[in-house]
Design a protein around this ligand. Structure first.
Ligand code: PMP
Length: 360
């Protein structure tokens, strides 16, 4: 069977060359005589793999030295609790900007441990825009402000990072990490599940400024304390060894393909190809109308007719364009076009959509 164009929101498409390299090394990695999956995480062979993965992530994102890179588990969803449990050491207050289901979940979880205020929300319009915020909107004594950088379900992103008036800014970058240049020093914590732009599910990466480590709440479980993982090189317990290895291969692929600048350039190009068509089509329309708020990674669109949506998804699937069904809260379709989706995949999808529009 041939590979399809996979527009899944996550777990999602990986570079073919990464999969082929993993296949080649699956049974015997280097001269280890075993698979990476079979290695002790305490072996020197494995230490070299995790060290390289960290070094590559640092290189791609220009992560400053005063930030730790932690390889964790439990998904981005565990970070919804880990962030407040680690940061509610001073005032126990945090401000959240709600731009989708994931930020709502994050805020709700944080509310279990402290005083959470929603300072802005775009829920009034099914999260199809990014609310404007000013530094005056945030309480002066919060322990942190939380934003979701890219909204996987609704297809919006913060194209500029809000001014939070010097507060510690925490961001969920699950669906945008490694897709565009960012200035890590603008954030106290960046966290992301790996299963979109970094590798397979099972790995969660947290990039944490050092001064935010070591002040966890007393009730914080050992496994949820950033200090536990930072002091133990992400090996307090067994880390997701194979997912970290694949993440390293993905990072190498990014660097071989021009690094973060090239990823961003291609991602802008891909989103423009799709949006240019959606903006001009008489059948399909994008759900995010505010151009500056449009995600580079997730593009939701609709026809306005459920039967037509279903027919489109069915025919697209048969033609090799899969996982285009939108999230149930938006309906319609969504094309997730992460780093590993080639420009040709997006062009082919648009050609297919044009043909469908003509025929229907
Ligand atoms: N945040 C965002 C922005 C997401 O897209 C997702 C998953 N799609 C999550 C959090 C939850 O991630 P996980 O499944 O890794 O817990």
């Amino acid at each position: 069977m041939n590979r399809v164009y996979n527009f899944s929101a996550g777990p999602s498409v990986l570079p073919v060359s990464v999969l082929e390299k993993a296949q080649k090394e699956l049974v015997c990695y280097g001269d280890a005589g075993m698979s990476v999956m079979e290695m002790s995480h305490r072996s020197s062979a494995y230490q070299a793999i995790i060290d390289e993965c960290e070094a590559l992530l640092r290189e791609i994102l220009s992560i400053p030295e005063n930030y730790k890179v932690l390889f964790l588990q439990g998904g981005a969803s565990s970070q919804f609790a880990m962030v407040p449990l680690n940061l509610f050491g001073k005032s126990g207050k945090a401000d959240y900007v709600l731009t989708g289901l994931w930020s709502k979940k994050a805020a709700k979880e944080a509310g279990r441990y402290g005083d959470v205020k929603v300072v802005a929300s775009s829920e009034d319009k099914i999260f199809n825009y990014i609310p404007k915020v000013n530094k005056e909107d945030f309480r002066p004594d919060v322990d942190y402000v939380h934003i979701t950088h890219n909204n996987t379900i609704y297809g919006t992103r913060f194209s500029t990072i809000p001014d939070v008036g010097g507060a510690t800014l925490v961001t969920d970058m699950s669906s945008s990490i490694l897709s565009q240049k960012i200035d890590v020093s603008e954030f106290g914590i960046i966290y992301a599940g790996a299963q979109k732009n970094m590798g397979p599910a099972g790995l969660t990466v947290a990039i944490v400024r050092e001064d935010l480590i070591g002040n966890a709440m007393d009730i914080c479980p050992t496994m949820f304390d950033y200090k536990t993982h930072s002091e133990n090189g992400s090996m307090f317990n067994t880390p997701p060894t194979y997912a970290i290895y694949i993440c390293g291969l993905v990072c190498k692929w990014i660097i071989e393909n021009g690094g973060i600048d090239a990823m961003e350039k291609t991602n802008i190009e891909k989103a423009a190809i799709l949006y240019d068509y959606l903006d001009s089509s008489n059948m399909f329309s994008p759900t995010v109308m505010a151009k500056e708020d449009r995600s580079l990674m997730n593009v939701p669109f609709v026809t306005g007719n459920d039967e037509l949506n279903a027919k489109f998804i069915k025919e697209a699937t048969a033609a090799g364009f899969v996982n285009l069904k939108g999230h149930r809260s938006v309906g319609g379709m969504r094309a997730s076009i992460y780093n590993a989706m080639p420009v040709e995949g997006v062009k082919a999808l648009v050609d297919f959509m044009k043909k469908f529009e003509t025929e229907n």
